[in-house]
Design a binder for this molecule. Structure first.
Ligand code: R2B
Length: 301
């Protein structure tokens, strides 16, 4: 990551309040306080809920051999929007549901690591998703991110115009996660495949069980088959935004999600909460091994 983001206006700001994180960069010319607090961060892990990110923080303590009996501290508690935990060089941050809530915290996190002068930090999303032709519990490491129009890009309205940006994740992050994170003895499959990120959980993902539906079951199945033919094996709500923003600013990133339903067999998520919880540990395992290798072998370049 270069020490500049894709925004020349930032260079003219004397201070910068990262509002949703409740972090004040009081002097952008002298960020030594931010550097002291966050300068050692090498990996930023993001995921939907605050409780899952707290659990991930506890898990990362084990992975990194950090012995700390105290309760993890939410560094953004006063912001009341997102939760952030720090375990040595790893940040675990919640992002809510979907691209819109995620993009808010992503912009602020990218500015945070810039002000903190972090060295080539890697951004990861650890999430849940619907699967496409794979059994529930499968972990999918995203290759290309498609939007709801089945294009390998992200679209965003800016100043009244549609701006289209490419949405691919870093090839070496994908390769390293597959090589060091996946283990055939895990008892579940970890695959690398394309992901569709939509702006809506119901109609946007072709579900027939939302409050509105104006298509038939056959229309839905034709669409899902088309997705499958494009190599899409999971559907969530963040991948195309996440891939495009990180690509635009030159930060390496990866998306690792566990499927909770096979959409070729139904729309409703019917796994029990215990099963869902067990599934949610799977990306922890994969990403935990990857991060351990990354930090020990200094793959962060
Ligand atoms: C997967 O799970 C959430 C919706 O239930 C959403 O964040 C996603 O992409």
């Amino acid at each position: 990551m270069s020490n500049r983001l894709a925004n020349p206006h930032l260079d003219t700001m004397a201070s910068d309040f990262l509002y949703h994180l409740d972090i004040n960069v009081a002097n952008t010319q002298d960020t030594s306080d931010i550097q002291q607090k966050f300068g050692d961060v090498r990996v930023v892990c993001t995921g939907g809920t605050a409780s899952r990110m707290r659990e991930l923080a506890l898990y990362m303590r084990k992975v990194l051999g950090v012995s700390d009996p105290s309760d993890p501290v939410d560094l953004c508690e006063r912001g009341h929007r997102y939760a952030m935990y720090k375990v040595g060089p790893v940040l675990c941050v919640s992002h809510g549901v979907g691209s819109s809530t995620f993009s808010v915290v992503l912009h602020e996190l990218l500015k945070l690591v810039k002000y903190a002068r972090c060295q080539n930090p890697i951004f990861l999303r650890i999430g849940t998703c619907g699967g496409l032709g794979v059994p529930p519990g499968t972990v999918v490491v995203t290759k290309d991110a498609f939007n709801g129009l089945l294009r390998n890009e992200h679209q965003i309205a800016i100043l009244g115009k549609l701006v289209v940006r490419p949405a691919q994740f870093s090839e070496d992050v994908i390769k390293n996660i597959m090589e060091y994170g996946a283990d055939p003895n895990d008892g579940f499959q970890t695959i690398s495949a394309n992901t569709m990120g939509t702006d809506c959980f119901y109609e946007g993902q072709g579900r027939t069980d939302g409050a509105i539906c104006e298509y038939t079951e056959k229309d839905k199945m034709d669409f899902l088959q088309k997705c499958h033919d494009l190599g899409i094996r999971n559907i969530e709500m963040e991948a195309s935004m996440f891939a495009s923003v990180t690509k635009k600013v030159g930060v390496k990133a990866g998306d690792v999600c566990v499927t909770v339903v096979n959409r070729l067999e139904g729309d409703q998520v019917t796994v029990t909460m215990d099963q869902k919880h067990e599934f949610e540990q799977r990306p922890f395992l994969v990403v935990g091994r990857y991060i351990k290798k990354l930090l020990s072998q200094n793959l962060l370049k």
